[in-house]
Write a protein that binds this ligand. Sequence first.
Ligand code: KIV
Length: 278
Amino acid sequence: MHKSVKDILDKKKNGQKISVITAYDYTLASLCDKAGIDIMLVGDSAGMVMLGYENTIPVTMEQMILFTEAVSRARQNSLVVADMPFMSYQASTSDAIANSGRLIKAGADSVKLEGGKIVAPTIQAIVETGIPVMGHIGFQPQTTTLAQGYRVQAKTKDAALTLIEDAKALEKAGAFSIALEMVTSEVSKIISESISIPTIGIGSGKFCDGQVLVVHDLLGMYDKLKPKFVKQYLSLSDQITKAVSTYKSDIESGKFPAKENWFTMDKTELDKLMSEVD
Ligand code: KIV
């Protein structure tokens, strides 16, 4: 039986940290799930790391459904949360409900959407249909990138107060957790202590109830952006490039394939064949 929203809420109640990682494809999701991660987030960061877009804006519902299906097929243990892509929930509440339902049908257990107070009524409407929602405040890639570029959030008293109010509004609307992206650690601490639902930080310090990283960042597979908050546990880019270039030179030098990599005929069948071919 895989983890439930209640298991995630209980972790905060019991003072246990929550581990979250992004996942987009079957193979990596299987490995993350096997590692015992609590939540696999099918993030719209897929647009950048899987599809090569500059940002998350172009990501479509169809793409998110495909990634969500792949991750859901892989999971045995984790809770699967799927991101609502840009403009799948902003235009109307009925869009938001219909699109969150499509992600649940694709295998997600919950959806995530960006925004503070302003999206609270949308979150409430989705939650009322029975779909658990994770909020996402602080740096919001779908909109903050357009307005300000990458920037740390809640650096001033006023900005901090707004963010604290946003977090409380999302909790009141029924969100089961909130992602805090690039929020100063002092403000993340205040938020985490003033709401009962878990906060999941990315670049928001150690006082959050859980942490999330983009899987490609922690495995060292995506070199375009290297945010300060990422801890890189492997350097797969280097290892993969090196492996592929060795493969190329092995082909060119005849080192690959070797005897153990090909199939042979039975000697008597081969002799018969050769006599006919001759
Ligand atoms: O899309 C994503 O990967 C996210 C995380 C950065 C929280 O939303």
